[in-house]
Design a protein around this ligand. Structure first.
Ligand code: HEC
Ligand code: HEC
Length: 368
């Protein structure tokens, strides 16, 4: 029964991913045609549909990303903040950095985002820092804000708006301790956001959280004291290793497959099935017995990973390819660590590092 549930979840998620992808492709196609006649004013819309809508929704109402069309968001965020956020992304929080876009392209995106609520006055903030008491601010943070934004503002578990997966909150709290957020947002802007709150989201105004203006100043000072080293977060990208893990086996093809099953079992993976690489493409008697695929899965990891980031469903369950070439048996598999590094999601990264270790151990055990 448990497995059945897991699989239902998996299939549902796989369906969702397909949908997201198809929508993405459709939008890219539409954007492609629009592009041919695009006026400068439309450039932002074309770009948005192409690069942002997959996560933020075509009208900015949110998805894997948080909403961008809310009045309180547009009322309190400066164009400078939007510009920096698009440029820097949010390392470790899925939101990519778009540093290949020109300034004009980023401006056009902002122009489009603003067009959803054209009557809202765009705020501008003074750069002056807020001098609060950061220790008192930490107390406030660790009593109230931590419940959603988590310790040191690393952000809620998961991302974006809930519409498919059961999660803690309707909109997942963003990472406000993230160096890229702190680099993009001025003290005055952060203060204004906390004072205002965001209607239609779990983010309440300071007064509803029982906070005075002084408390808010203190919290801003606390946030400002958190790490601002963006490079720190990029560090792991250099330690991900090769895209494919390859091991040469000292055993025969049959022995290697048998060893793999044993090794997988020992590491809490479940054997799913094996097949020749060309099964289904040729008649049964023409299948190449020197090229095998073997599938196995760690269901608890699969479920954990899917709840963090549904895109992981694109390459789970894991599979290994076993090839015999000139009497040498090779075992190959994707390196989860490498794939995860493409996702800009530090929560997933930890699981993937664990997974890569398991994988290497299994491949070693079955080949050495
Ligand atoms: C792969 C998904 C993804 C894509 C693509 C993406 N975003 Fe995001 N974006 C996010 C997530 C998730 C967050 C929230 C980050 C967090 O949790 O800290 C976010 C946050 C933001 C924010 C900050 C919102 C706030 O409340 O302060 C802005 C602005 C933004 N994105 C704009 C864009 C734009 C413009 C594009 C396209 C050029 C884009 N994003 C593409 C996922 C994405
Ligand atoms: C009940 C959950 C919850 C609590 C408690 C909470 N927040 Fe939020 N906060 C959110 C959510 C959700 C958002 C994103 C809303 C949206 O969609 O724009 C948010 C947004 C923010 C933003 C804007 C971040 C960005 O990327 O645009 C700041 C700053 C912020 N919160 C600060 C705080 C501070 C400081 C506290 C404590 C005094 C706090 N929040 C308490 C849920 C919460």
């Amino acid at each position: 029964m448990k497995n059945k549930l897991n699989w239902t979840g998996f299939l549902l998620s796989a369906g969702l991913i397909l949908m997201i992808l198809l929508v993405g492709i459709a939008q890219t196609a539409i954007a492609g045609t629009a592009n041919q006649t695009a006026q400068p004013a439309d450039m932002g819309e074309v770009l948005f549909q192409k690069k942002c809508s997959v996560c933020h929704g075509s009208e900015g109402s949110g998805g894997v990303g948080i909403p961008l069309n809310l009045s309180d968001f547009l009322k309190t965020t400066s164009n400078k903040y939007l510009h920096q956020t698009i440029r820097l992304g949010r390392p470790g929080r899925i939101m990519p950095s778009f540093n290949q876009l020109s300034d004009a392209q980023v401006q056009s995106l902002i122009h489009f985002i603003r067009s959803w609520k054209a009557d809202i006055k765009i705020p501008q903030y003074e750069q002056a820092n807020i001098a609060g008491d950061k220790l008192k601010g930490k107390k406030v943070f660790d009593t109230i804000c931590i419940n959603c934004h988590r310790e040191a503002g690393i952000g809620g578990k998961g991302t974006g708006v809930t519409f498919s997966r059961p999660r803690d909150a309707e909109i997942i709290a963003p990472a406000i301790g993230n160096p890229a957020f702190l680099a993009a947002a001025s003290d005055q802007m952060i203060k204004k956001i906390i004072m205002t709150g965001r209607e239609d989201t779990p983010m309440m105004p300071a007064s509803s959280m029982g906070l005075s203006e002084k408390d808010v100043n203190n919290v801003v000072s606390y946030l400002r004291s958190l790490s601002t080293d963006i490079n720190m977060l990029h560090k792991h990208e250099h330690e991900t290793g090769a895209a494919i893990l390859t091991y040469e086996s000292s055993y025969s093809m049959e022995e290697t497959i048998e060893n793999m099953k044993q090794a997988a079992l020992g590491h809490n993976f479940r054997y799913i099935r094996e097949q020749t690489l060309n099964q289904g493409f040729v008649d049964k008697d023409q299948e190449n017995k020197d090229e095998y695929l073997i599938y196995f899965c760690n269901f608890s990891f699969l479920n954990q990973a899917l709840s963090v980031d549904p895109r992981i469903g694109m390459f789970l369950p894991f599979r290994a390819t076993i090839l015999k070439k000139d009497d040498t048996v090779l075992v190959m598999t994707v390196n989860p660590n490498y794939l995860c590094s493409l996702f800009n999601n530090s929560e997933l990264q930890q699981g993937c590092e664990f997974m890569s270790e398991q994988y290497e151990a299994m491949l070693e055990e079955s080949t050495l």
